[in-house]
Design a protein around this ligand. Structure first.
Ligand code: NAD
Length: 333
């Protein structure tokens, strides 16, 4: 069986996913949902998408009547995910939603509930959960190769450009760098350490209040404590380049990835040497694996479902609260 997918939101990342899906065997791009007729035409001719599988934001609820689409991949700006996912669920289709799944944990829970009620699967576009070097480190950690895990460091950021983009608009993005890129360090801390944080502290720095308006974070440093006593120290920023690094420390060894979450080749090593697992196109592997999860119920090594994404949203809520109150926030995931 092949998972027949419609992509909603034909922007930068939607285009990347569409290209990557051309190499998939188990997943196929068959439909689009877009507000821009000229883009729909382009995609139709490029990917052979039938007219009957093309929708816009007004009429896509009618996808419920279309037996030739199994799932919709929501790749719209963050603030729209909540409404878009719930509408897709109500139309009876499985949903893959981009990260961050929503603007906060309350929205995330509503999306999970809507998908459960509609009996459709909800997955989130965590492409690193299928990346071979990442998975090798997780395997080695589970195998005890690093001994008792003591510390994780996650550095995630880039210098953002165009001040008019939705990523710098609080209404559309829900925040700033933390929602967009810092989430990789949050999620990475959890899968690298292999535990859920029990507390969080956080500090914000803003050097450019013109580019980064009220509610749009430029740089946040945050720390986690885990039940075992391990800790994590992370940096999320929209104002530094070449910041893409994970480091995991244990009492018998270490692992490092740099780059750790970018699209290009992930590179890394452990105390045992270079990691030599193959370089993959993340979105191709992700969609192959997600087809397996949805159609065959094959469980992933690291979960990619709504519940997994909800944990990240609860942590994001806690980080923003910690910044605001300057207090240590207790987490109960
Ligand atoms: P983008 O601006 O390039 O594309 C967004 C698309 O949504 C555009 O085609 C736009 O026309 C459409 N859209 C629909 N309704 C809109 C509205 N009301 N306002 C603005 N745009 C509207 O953004 P992008 O980089 O493709 O990001 C989209 C989503 O994908 C975000 O949630 C982002 O976090 C996520 N993303 C994930 C990754 C990843 O590696 N997993 C990478 C990039 C982006």
């Amino acid at each position: 069986p092949v998972l027949r997918v419609a992509i909603m939101g034909l922007g930068g990342y939607g285009s990347r996913v569409a290209e990557a899906m051309q190499s998939c065997v188990k997943a196929k791009l068959v439909g689009v949902i877009s507000g821009t007729p000229s883009k729909v035409k382009d995609w139709q001719s490029k990917y052979g998408i039938l007219e009957k599988n093309c929708y816009n934001y007004e009429n896509f609820d009618r996808i419920i009547e279309n037996p030739d689409i199994d799932a919709v991949y929501v790749i719209t700006p963050n603030a729209l995910h909540h409404d878009h996912v719930i509408r897709v669920a109500k139309a009876g289709k499985h949903v893959i939603c981009e990260k961050p799944m929503a603007l906060n944990a309350r929205e995330g829970q509503e999306m999970i509930d809507a998908c459960r009620k509609a009996n459709v699967k909800l997955l989130v576009g965590y492409r690193m959960h299928f990346e071979p070097k990442t998975l090798e480190i997780i395997k080695m950690r589970k195998n005890g190769d690093f001994g008792k895990i003591t510390f994780f460091q996650g550095l995630c950021g880039f210098k953002i450009g165009d001040p008019k983009q939705w990523r710098l608009n609080k209404q559309m993005a829900g925040g700033g760098a933390l929602m967009d890129i810092g989430i990789y360090a949050i999620n990475g801390a959890r899968y690298m350490v292999g535990e859920e944080p029990v507390w969080v502290t956080a500090q914000e720095t803003k050097t450019d209040p013109v580019l980064f308006k009220e509610g749009v974070d430029e740089t946040i440093q945050f720390q986690f404590g885990f039940p075992s006593g391990a800790t994590a120290s992370c940096l999320s920023t929209y104002n530094m380049n070449n910041l893409d690094r994970f480091f995991l420390n244990g009492d018998k060894g270490f692992a490092e990835l740099q780059p750790s979450t970018g699209y290009g080749p992930i590179k890394g090593r452990t105390n045992k040497g270079e990691l030599t697992q193959p370089v993959t196109t993340h979105q191709t592997v992700q969609m192959e694996e997600m087809a397996g999860i949805i159609l065959e119920g094959t469980p992933p090594v690291v979960p990619v479902d709504g519940e997994e994404a909800l944990k990240d949203l609860k942590i994001i809520d806690a980080i923003y609260l910690a910044v605001k109150t300057n207090k240590k926030i207790t987490l109960n995931l």
